[in-house]
Design a protein around this ligand. Structure first.
Ligand SMILES: NC(=O)c1ccc[n+]([C@@H]2O[C@H](COP(=O)([O-])OP(=O)(O)OC[C@H]3O[C@@H](n4cnc5c(N)ncnc54)[C@H](O)[C@@H]3O)[C@@H](O)[C@H]2O)c1
Length: 318
């Protein structure tokens, strides 16, 4: 049976993922890892969840903890701890603050759970994936960022709603940056097995509107309810389930590239990958059209620049 540790378990994403995992019959223990000042809240979450689990006759061990030794034996460690954006702060500011948090945890994971797969959701997630990769010293195949999988689910929803077709018929993905430079891979989108470019001859789709809606999806939710919650939590759980069950599904995840896609190297970006019990089994080669390649290279350039600045600031701090 599987042990998963959620770092940042008292946050919106952390608590939702924890509860979803606790209900999965493949998971035997979830560590609700928190900072010492949040330990009481983590305990409260666990008591509340135990009540719900009892109602469904589910036995899963929930371990609230701020002790790194409780990371031992974890198969997967999710880092979802991060400082919230304050007024006047931009994404770059957040990158420098969150890099310290992610780097500190990744070092402890390497020490206490050297066999674990690390999943990162803390934003900006593509930069944080590289920071976790650097700090853990793990193989890049074991350090995975979750961002574009959520964007891909949103794109799937968009097509399903627009065309009034069951979402299971939509095969599409968003790659690149989990942010402004995301690249919807429309050239390889299929609906019911039919390539989109043939499908939309019958149905008019506004591609510009698709991209705009997708880019604003997170902010639209935040502006209405304060935080994104179920979408990210279920996207993350999807990924964790794929890893645990060793099902070799192709999901879009951020990982440190070494020239596999568009010759991009030395930066983490979202790309399609086959996931298995030890992380990334294979990076899936893809063909992009000129527009998609240009956008992907722009994402690489921007994220690499920010990543290098963040790496430099971490070195200066040490
Ligand atoms: N990649 C994605 O798809 C995606 C989606 C949603 C949110 N996110 C990101 O995930 C992260 C968590 O989001 P959330 O909505 O759960 O936020 P939240 O503010 O609800 O929770 C943040 C968690 O981090 C902890 N934390 C805060 N500062 C810390 C510090 N200095 N050291 C250690 N822990 C600290 C908090 O105690 C809390 O448990 C954010 O960075 C957010 O931007 C990513």
């Amino acid at each position: 049976m599987v042990k998963v540790c959620v770092i940042g378990s008292t946050g919106v994403i952390g608590k939702n993922v924890t509860f979803k995992l606790a209900k999965a019959d493949t998971v035997s223990e979830v560590v609700l890892f928190s900072r010492p000042e949040s330990l009481d809240k983590a305990k409260g979450q666990s008591y509340d969840m135990y009540d719900a689990l009892a109602a469904e006759d589910i036995d899963c061990l929930l371990t609230p903890s701020c002790n790194y030794e409780d990371l031992e034996g974890s198969d997967i460690v999710l880092i979802t701890a991060g400082a919230p954006r304050q007024k006047g702060m931009n994404r770059r500011d957040l990158a420098f603050i969150n890099a310290k948090i992610v780097s500190q945890y990744a070092k402890q994971i390497a020490k206490y759970a050297p066999d674990a797969v690390i999943l990162v959701t803390t934003n900006p997630v593509d930069v944080m994936t590289t920071i976790a990769y650097d700090a853990s010293g793990f193989s890049r195949r074991k350090v995975i960022g979750v961002g574009n999988h959520l964007d891909s689910l949103r794109l799937k929803n968009y097509f399903a709603k627009c065309l009034n077709i069951n979402s299971s018929e939509i095969h599409t993905r968003v790659i690149g940056e989990h942010g402004d430079n995301m690249v919807p891979l429309l050239s390889s989108t299929t609906i019911g097995g039919i390539p989109l470019k043939y499908f939309i001859k019958e149905v008019e789709l506004d591609i510009k509107d698709i991209i705009k809606t997708l880019k604003n999806a997170g902010n639209t939710i935040i502006s209405k309810k304060g935080a994104t919650e179920y979408g990210p939590a279920y996207a993350i759980s999807n990924l964790i389930k794929t890893i645990i069950t060793n099902t070799h599904k192709i999901l879009t995840v951020s990982l440190y590239l070494d020239g596999e896609i568009a010759n991009v190297k030395g930066v983490s970006l979202g790309v399609p990958a086959v996931l298995y019990k030890n992380g990334i089994a294979m990076i899936v080669p893809i063909h992009m059209n000129d527009y998609e390649t240009k956008k992907f290279l722009k994402a690489a350039e921007d994220i690499q620049e920010l990543t290098e600045e963040v790496r430099k600031s971490l070195k200066e701090d040490n």
